[in-house]
Design a protein around this ligand. Structure first.
Ligand code: GLU
Length: 467
């Protein structure tokens, strides 16, 4: 029997929020429960001929909307509790940002560094086959995506395996986060980090909230610490830097580095590529441990690595005024209470890291419609703008400069549309949860859960319960 620690944490947060809804207990219990978990073991023949048993899981937390959706992670920490908790977080996250999916998550218990590319391919394809054999995958059933330890390559293998098993016109929509030339979408790799940036920016634009923290509005000039330089952390850091924030510390598993003047994210990445570590970056100070960076004086802390990073042990030493949860479940319930009690603004994972699944939704729509966003209208829009410019020139009797025309005459392409859809999603959802927070005088995490529980509850009420 699995022990459910992480899932219990998620449910603790759920219970805190449930009291602000009027849903009957039976429906609340159904929303909370994980509908199905599949634990698979299969043999892998290693390159040297030895056979190894691989453990893998897929949890589908809620089928109130179909398909279910969520990433697949490759990590030694994967277990039934973790995938179940992460699947539940997917359910709530999708509801918060109005992405019409139920939540799921999968994982394979491996350290990917110990396997060759061809072994990883065999593991991924076999896992896909096992999911397919039990109807745990399909464009209308359950749609995986990248997560910790997986990326475009694994998604391409999953699609290819599924297509071989179920070749239909919609097979490409079986998985998201694919490479662009394998039915992916522009902006997916950046999406979670971009969403983190949009969400924190929206929070920083709220005058009253910033006043309460002793801060001014806006991102410019704020000091930021990022933990984790995977896709989420890297892109978050990049967008904060571009918006004029100062990256004072960065943390990775090999250690953390600090510079009051600010670290250039791309220079740090290049240094890490060259030396294998972020440590000893010119002009920066090495900190004691990988987690030391979390405790640095800063305005914004972005934990973008794994779960349970801010705990009751280190929370009393964490000084950030704003915590933007880029990872899933980075803050334990105890740490949340400690940080909240000293007045920190916590922007919760079940809202803040929803950018990835939001753009996954766009990718899924693109795959089902078989047309790139913007393909039909881009030129039409440009021509209409050009005519407008000419009309204004005629009326005013003056010519626009070529530079100005270039800026005005720009039809939206796929990247523009994905970015604008993501920005809108993050802004609308922030204001929804902020309104709930202010109405009930609760924190944003509880408010996000209230928002999700109400939306999921309505869908159960409207559907009835299948006899
Ligand atoms: N793994 C990402 C997450 O935890 C993305 C999931 C998806 O796109 O389905 O949100």
């Amino acid at each position: 029997m699995a022990t459910y620690k992480f899932f219990e944490q998620v449910n603790k947060n759920f219970d805190r929020a449930a009291v602000y809804t009027t849903l009957p207990k039976g429906i609340l219990n159904q929303i909370k429960a994980c509908n199905s978990v599949y634990h698979i073991t299969f043999p892998l023949e290693r390159d040297n001929g030895e056979v190894e048993t691989i453990h893998a899981w897929r949890a589908e937390h809620s089928h109130h909307r179909m398909p279910t959706k969520g990433g697949i992670r490759y990590s030694m920490l994967v277990n039934e509790d973790e995938v179940t908790a992460l699947a539940a977080l997917m359910t709530y996250k999708c509801a918060v940002v109005d992405v019409p999916f139920g939540g799921a998550k999968g994982g394979i218990k491996i350290d990917r560094n110990n396997y060759s590319t061809s072994e990883l391919e065999r593991i991924t394809r076999r896992y896909t086959y096992e999911l397919w054999a039990k109807n745990f995958i399909g464009p209308g059933v359950d749609v995986p995506a990248p997560d910790y330890g997986t990326g475009e390559q694994e998604m391409a293998w999953i699609m290819d395996t599924y297509r071989a098993l179920s070749p239909t016109i919609d097979s490409a929509a079986v998985v998201t986060g694919k490479p662009i030339h394998q039915s992916g979408i522009r902006g997916r790799a950046e999406a979670t980090g971009r969403g983190v940036f949009f969400g924190v920016r929206e929070a920083c634009d709220q005058l009253e909230d910033m006043k309460a923290l002793g801060l001014t509005t806006g991102i410019e000039g704020k000091s930021v610490v990022v933990q984790g330089l995977g896709k989420v952390g890297y892109y978050s850091a990049k967008y904060f830097q571009e918006a004029g924030a100062v990256l004072v510390a960065l943390c990775e598993y090999e250690g953390s580095i600090y510079s009051k003047k600010g670290l250039d994210i791309d220079a740090v990445m290049a240094h890490r590529k060259e030396t294998g570590s972020i440590l000893n970056f010119p002009g920066a100070q090495n900190l004691d441990t990988s987690a030391s960076g979390l405790e640095v004086e800063c305005d914004i802390l972005i934990p973008a690595a794994l779960e349970n990073q801010l705990t009751e042990e280190n929370a009393p030493r964490i000084k950030a005024k704003i915590i933007g949860e880029g990872a899933n479940g980075p803050t334990t319930a105890e740490a949340h209470d400690i940080l909240k009690a000293r007045g920190a603004l916590i922007i919760p994972d079940n809202y803040l890291n929803a950018g990835g699944v939001t753009v996954s939704y766009f990718e899924w729509l693109k795959n089902l419609s078989h047309v790139r966003f913007g393909r039909m209208e881009r030129r039409f829009e440009e021509n209409a703008m050009r005519k407008m410019v000419q009309g204004v020139e005629e009326v005013v009797g003056k010519k626009f400069s070529d530079d100005m025309i270039k800026k005005i005459v720009h039809g939206a392409d796929e990247r523009d549309l994905v970015d604008s859809g993501l920005e809108d999603t993050m802004i609308v959802a922030y204001n929804e949860i902020k309104e709930i927070r202010d109405r009930h005088k609760i924190d944003l995490r509880t408010a996000a859960f209230v928002s999700a529980i109400k939306k999921i509850g309505h869908s159960y009420e409207q559907l009835g319960i299948f006899p």
